[in-house]
Design a protein around this ligand. Structure first.
Ligand code: GLC
Length: 437
């Protein structure tokens, strides 16, 4: 019996199409309950424990299926490279692709993902946070289902601000002023964030960029805004945090999420820019930060917008999977409220399903969810262009040169703008990625 239920003919036709597709790839035919099937995906090692809960629950519903969770590197860029290498080789190893919000255009344009429209009708799509779902669309078709959402947030030490009679900052100037007054490095730094040359740096930058009223790439017109005054001011702000105002530690240029979080968690920073998972860790039993942390949207200038980068992770089905129908079944299970509870309650990840934000169990485990849903109004997308990975590489490289002091911010942004325009004007295949050395 085929595991996908309901909605009769249309669904059956789609299943048959999938089976034909799988057969044409030299793979197995439809899922059979008699043979044991293993579904495999690659994820960051730190998420494995939380995925285990979902995978084991799925296996209980379908005893003939085993879900193999392969631990990959923490960096989104490195996992993207691993998936890219595997898919370029038409390797059937990964049935499900655990995808960042930015991957859909590239992976879909390259033909590596199965379209999911047949399995997620309008009613089912309406269950997800709209921006998270939109990140799975490419040219009007659905290729990725969100599993968890991320949103860039500004964490602060509410106890230290209260003691100094300061309100949480709303502007860059206020943030700088508070940090200058309250910091005492190296024991207590002002503002920590993710400044390493990787995707996280881009997330930090777009928040500061929007905060200055600027933009990176307009997806509709392909305009590039990196050499505009707002973008140069944004880059100068980040450089200034390290070299001019010294409100960020010099080591920030090597930090990913966990490096910056540890500093904050150890009580060595006033402000931290990070994702929602930090909240639960900071408020856990035994945490020295329990009851001492506030969360707000990233700061802005008078004409800018308080913005949080929209991040998040979701599942797509590999075009080369030998078990596409089962892979879709697992994806559908992962999107149920039951699976969202299993995945989000212990991890502190923000759910992708709207109902989870009002779910009594999840709210009891973490009342912060209600506030997070409101903060989602500040979400800002990275540009959904097929050559996003290359555009991100360009930005990462030039920002990094500016942050390390190798080139002035203005020159870095002009160079980044020029290369981005050349990239968008050239017509290399969408799936190709050449990481800068
Ligand atoms: C988080 C976000 C993801 C982002 C990454 C950068 O995992 O969910 O969207 O690309 O951080 O480090």
């Amino acid at each position: 019996m085929i595991p996908l239920r309901g909605r009769g003919g249309r669904r059956l036709a789609a299943i048959l199409a999938l089976v034909a597709l799988a057969a044409s790839c030299g793979s197995e035919a439809a899922p059979r309950r008699t043979s044991r099937v293993t579904l495999t995906t690659l994820l960051p090692a730190s998420e494995k424990t939380f995925w285990e809960a979902v995978a084991r629950a799925f296996e209980r519903h379908h005893p003939e299926i085993r879900v193999d969770l392969v631990e990959g590197p923490e960096s989104t860029d490195l996992r993207e490279d691993l998936y890219t290498a595997s898919l370029l080789a038409r390797d059937p190893t990964f049935d499900l692709i655990y995808m960042d919000v930015t991957w859909t255009p590239k992976f879909a344009a390259a033909g590596w993902l199965l379209p999911l429209d047949e399995w997620f009708d309008a009613r089912e799509r309406a269950r997800f946070l709209p921006a998270a779902l939109a990140a799975g669309l490419y040219e009007g078709r659905l290729f990725r289902i969100p599993m968890r959402t991320d949103l860039g947030l500004l964490y602060y030490r509410s106890d230290w601000l209260a003691a100094a009679h300061r309100d949480p900052p709303r502007t860059f100037d206020e943030l700088e002023r508070i940090t200058r007054d309250l910091q005492a490095p190296p024991g207590r730094w002002g503002f920590v964030w993710q400044g390493k040359q990787y995707e996280g740096l881009v997330c930090n930058f777009i928040e500061v960029l929007e905060g200055h009223g600027g933009f990176w790439i307009d997806p509709a017109t392909r305009d590039v805004g990196l050499d505009r005054p707002e973008a140069i001011a944004a880059a100068s702000f980040l450089v200034g945090c390290i070299v001019r105002d010294r409100i960020s530690p010099p080591g920030v240029t090597t930090y990913q999420e966990e490096d910056s979080r540890r500093l904050f968690q150890d009580g060595r920073a006033i402000f931290l820019r990070s994702w929602p998972y930090v909240w639960q860790l900071s408020q856990a039993a035994g945490s020295p930060l329990k009851g001492r942390v506030g969360v707000t949207a990233m700061v802005r200038t008078a004409s800018g917008r308080a913005a949080g980068a929209l991040g998040g992770w979701g599942l797509g089905v590999s075009r080369y999977s030998r078990h596409p129908a089962w892979a879709i079944e697992l994806m559908r299970f992962a999107a149920t409220l039951e699976a969202q509870r299993l995945f989000c309650s212990e991890s502190g990840f923000a759910p992708a399903v709207e109902a989870a934000y009002a779910d009594p169990d999840l709210l009891a485990a973490d009342p912060f969810l209600a506030r997070l849903r409101v903060l989602h109004d500040h979400a800002v997308l990275r540009p959904p262009v097929p050559r996003y990975a290359l555009a991100s590489d360009i930005l990462q490289r030039h920002l990094s040169a500016a942050l390390s002091g190798a080139v002035p911010a203005e020159r870095a942004m002009r160079d980044a703008a020029r290369e981005t325009r050349l990239l968008l004007a050239s017509a290399a295949p969408a799936g190709a990625r050449t990481r800068a050395p």
